[in-house]
Design a binder for this molecule. Structure first.
Ligand code: SAH
Length: 393
């Protein structure tokens, strides 16, 4: 196995258990590791630091898998998979993230469970090489009927990889998998966003349902960037509620109607507006529309640090209009899934929007991803989803 020797002082981040080693931290390589090979990371005095996998093409040349001097073999993967699986045994939904990459100390690997099927995303070359073996092991450990790959994400390009989709093990999933998170949702793991849907928002969707259950005077819901209408379906469990879904995509709105039928809800209790949110919110604001609950869950506006300023203007624009659309005493749920915008900055942007709206707001809850999406304390980069539940006056 090749040795990766770090520059003096660069062992600090390894001691802190950060899983990434950038090219600038590496003094020399002893051996001739091929992309995806396991390597040993050593301090400049030769002492063992960690073990992980190598890819010279990536800026992150080593991703650490273990800080112990132990082999990374199938026994190791089994041990780590069991840890991730055991940590989710309490979850009542049948759809959740089973393995959350670096935050489950399994760099580069995402596995989501949708009922009897698993969907795997291989973000790095090493995981791509191992994916079939890992898929078979996951089937054995979970009893899943099949593992489908949805590695159609841009970050793979940084590892020299192209998108890859298809069955890795077992049976192909059906066209729609019906998941149950208190309400039922029809998920398209072949074409849906991410690995099929936004599992990270599950507990926040449930929170909206719970809010309306305990405050039945909340009747009018505006679900902005609705995707397949998950937030609305939770809200509409309560018969007094009417919901408006806004999304740019006709396909996801068709899936939102399907989700209404699936839950025995009359489609007429919701609207399905195919529109650009930036224009649509402005139109509603000018028309003086008001809602009891507004949910604002945009896609990632900042894909990199360089886009933060422009993204901040986008977030401010939609939050400003959203504030104006909330009835006094109503609620705004506002989110950002841009990793490049931290929780502090997000709160500042939302506050800037509030100031301009001349409204008042209180933070009722600070929100993040559901608890099946843990964030390793040593890996703050994992905390991409931020949200605020605000009461607005
Ligand atoms: N809240 C959803 C997830 C929202 S994902 C859930 O819990 O499932 C973001 C959605 O925004 C996607 O469905 C995408 O189609 C939509 N979208 C992106 N840009 C948009 C725009 N400018 N106007 C309207 N919708 C947009």
């Amino acid at each position: 196995m090749s040795d990766i020797i770090l520059h003096k002082g660069r062992e600090k981040s390894v001691f802190r258990r950060h899983p990434w080693i950038f090219s600038g931290g590496i003094a020399r390589v002893n051996g001739n590791p091929q992309g995806g090979d396991m390597v040993t990371v050593r301090a400049d005095n030769g002492g063992f630091l960690a073990r992980g996998y190598w890819n010279a093409r990536s800026q992150i040349q080593v991703r650490i898998l273990t800080w112990e001097d132990e082999p990374i073999d199938m026994v190791w993967w089994r041990k780590m998979f069991m840890r991730a699986i055991d940590g989710r045994k309490h979850i009542t939904s049948n759809a959740y993230r089973l393995i959350n990459a670096e935050s489950d100390f399994l760099a580069g690997l995402i596995v989501d469970k949708y009922g009897d099927w698993l969907v795997l995303q291989a973000l790095t070359l090493a995981i791509d090489i191992l994916k079939k073996d890992l898929a078979h092991l996951l089937m054995e450990l979970t009893g899943a009927r099949g593992v489908y790959e949805r590695s159609d994400v841009d970050v793979r390009g940084k590892e020299g990889l192209k998108p890859s989709m298809g069955v890795l093990a077992g049976e192909a999933p059906p066209k729609r998998i019906i998941i149950d998170e208190g309400v039922q949702l029809a998920v398209d793991v072949y074409g849906g966003h991410k690995t099929g849907t936004y599992l990270d928002q599950r507990q926040n969707r449930m929170l909206v349902g719970e809010l309306i259950r305990t405050q039945p005077h909340l009747t009018d819901v505006l679900n902005v960037f609705s995707y397949t209408g998950g937030f609305s379906v939770h809200a509409l469990q309560h018969p007094q509620v009417h919901a408006v879904n806004i999304d740019a995509s006709a396909d996801v709105l068709a899936n939102a109607r399907e989700n209404m039928r699936l839950n025995g809800l009359d489609e007429s209790r919701a609207e399905y507006i195919q529109a650009d949110v930036f224009d649509d919110l402005r139109t509603r604001m000018i028309a003086n529309e008001l809602y009891d609950v507004v949910i604002l869950d945009p896609p990632k506006f900042a894909h990199a640090q360089a886009q933060v300023e422009k993204a901040a203007r986008g977030y401010k624009d939609i939050n400003l209009n959203a504030f104006k659309l909330v009835k006094s005493g109503g609620y705004l749920f506002t989110f950002s899934c841009s990793g490049a915008i931290n929780a502090d900055l997000f709160q500042k942007i939302v506050f800037g929007a509030l100031e301009d709206s001349r409204r008042e707001a209180q933070v009722i809850r600070v929100l993040g991803a559901s608890d099946d999406h843990p964030v390793a304390l040593s890996f703050p980069e994992g905390a991409y989803l931020k949200g605020l539940m605000l009461r607005v006056y």
